[in-house]
Design a protein around this ligand. Structure first.
Ligand code: 5AD
Ligand code: SF4
Length: 453
């Protein structure tokens, strides 16, 4: 049976899709890149921002001809499935399967039921198990895929208890649940056995790791120390952190653990204390900057990136200027920025002082204009410097890798055998900047051109 899987959204969703792929391969399904000949079409959806529901329904519309032609089934997974299962089942009669993020491991059974086509199969209750468990047989990639996971993601915690007023995550992913240290260390070992030298720990709020468990459970910082003991592991990353939960002991870990990379993604959302208060972020611009200074003390070369929301209800021009001023102080390497989009059921939808869409658009434009200057200045300062680059993939005549600061670096593959470089960490001298054009929501298009030295 052929399965087409389309994924939207964050790294958590991408990691969920990889687990689904691993499960599918394990159960003898074949993955295909297009829906044309698929027997099963799965959409792993994201609900974080605007028009998420609409986008899913319109994609279902595009898939219906293939469903009819191939007598195929359509399944909806991810956060839209979790949050809108009722509406989806009432309004779209072409869906055969709806399941939430807590039910990924049941995918083979759910598919078997859905393929019988008696009625809609729906599985969206919260998982009742107080612990978060991912069995090792759904860890991607399985040997059959033949791929080496140079830089895999490892889920350590799911859900969020912070309830920022704009955010739908606590409603689509539930409350925080941490995986056991043993299971996580087992997964680290699994990847090391397959040649991985870098891992990224994943969670909506990794800093809360272990707080949902009893006293003898490791904290996030203790987990970092434990993982750092694997001698084969050369780079350790994590995402995402809420600045509110950032502690001095985490900064200390950057002093003690050399394999922790020089990149910190610390979503600020706004530079205005007034807006931060209404977002219920539980920090101010000053306390944010103070935490950053703890880190910079140990890691002067730390690169920072962030998420920013513009046009949150009540955001004045002066508030927005505070955000721009914070960006100037921080000199982020890259920024993901979005117009505020009201999410059903979240507290911020009750704020009446919404910001006009045109003003939001202008602010987003101004924000990127500033960030573009900052990003280019930072990238220019990296030309002629030498960085250790971990090579990850080869494409279109180049071999790509990342610096510890997460900057994408490419070298020409002329005269080189890419397969010999992949998985290696080698010094590269930067000679030029490529692709420094602003994008709609981020400026991550910047990459550096280098040569091996
Ligand atoms: N509107 C706009 N952006 C949002 N984000 C989360 N919820 C919303 C929303 N309602 C952004 C935040 C978060 C990132 C993952 O998505 O910046 O950090
Ligand atoms: Fe959403 Fe806030 Fe939790 Fe991040 S910390 S997932 S923004 S509620």
């Amino acid at each position: 049976m052929k399965v087409y899987l389309q994924t939207w959204g964050c790294q958590m969703n991408a990691a969920d899709s990889l687990r689904m792929e691993a499960l599918l391969i394990h159960h003898k399904y074949t993955l295909v890149d297009a829906p044309d000949n698929a027997d099963i079409m799965l959409l792993n959806t994201c609900h974080i921002r605007e028009k998420a529901y609409h986008r899913v329904v319109s994609r279902i519309g595009e898939l219906i001809p293939f469903k009819e032609k191939n007598n195929a089934i359509i399944g909806i997974a991810g956060c839209v499935a979790q949050a809108e299962s009722k509406k989806l089942s009432e309004e779209s009669f072409d869906i055969d399967l709806i399941f939430g993020p807590d039910h990924i491991e049941e995918l083979p059974t759910l598919l078997e039921d859905a393929l019988k086509k008696k009625s809609l199969v729906k599985q969206v209750q919260w998982d009742k198990d107080p612990s978060y468990h991912i069995p090792i047989d759904v860890i991607p990639p399985l040997p059959e895929t033949g791929k080496t996971p140079w830089s895999p993601f490892i889920n350590i915690i799911k859900g969020c208890n912070n309830f920022c007023t704009f955010c739908v995550v606590p409603y689509t992913r539930g409350r925080e649940k941490s995986r056991s240290v043993e299971e996580i260390l087992g997964e680290v070992q699994y990847y090391i056995n397959r040649g991985s030298k870098e891992i990224t720990l994943l969670g909506q709020n990794v800093n809360s790791y272990g707080q949902d468990k009893s006293d003898d459970f490791s904290s996030f910082v203790e987990l970092l120390y434990q993982i750092s003991k694997f001698p084969e592991l050369k780079r350790l990353r994590f995402t995402t952190s809420n600045p509110h939960d950032f502690t001095q002991s985490l900064a200390q870990a950057f002093h003690d653990i050399p394999i922790l990379c020089d990149h910190f993604h610390l979503p600020v959302q706004s530079g205005s204390d007034h807006v931060l208060g209404r977002m219920k972020r539980q920090y101010t611009q000053d306390t944010y900057l103070q935490k950053v200074s703890w880190l910079k003390e140990f890691r002067p070369n730390m690169a920072f990136s962030t998420d920013i929301i513009v046009g949150f209800p009540g955001e004045t021009d002066a508030d927005f200027q505070e955000t721009l001023s914070l960006m100037e102080k921080m000199e982020y390497s890259f920024v993901f920025a979005f117009k505020y989009s009201p999410r059903k059921g979240t507290p911020a939808t009750r704020f009446k002082d919404t910001v006009d869409e045109k003003v939001q658009t202008q602010r987003l434009y101004d924000l990127f204009t500033l960030q573009n200057l900052i990003s280019c200045k930072k990238a220019e300062s990296e030309v002629n410097q030498i960085f250790d680059v971990y090579f990850l993939y080869a494409k279109y005549g180049y071999i790509y890798g990342r610096t510890s600061q997460s900057r994408l670096v490419k070298i020409s593959d002329q005269g080189l055998n890419p397969s010999e470089l992949l998985g290696k960490i080698l010094p590269v001298k930067i000679i030029d900047i490529h692709g420094a054009e602003p994008r709609q929501t981020s400026l991550n298009a910047i990459s550096l051109l280098g040569i091996l030295i």
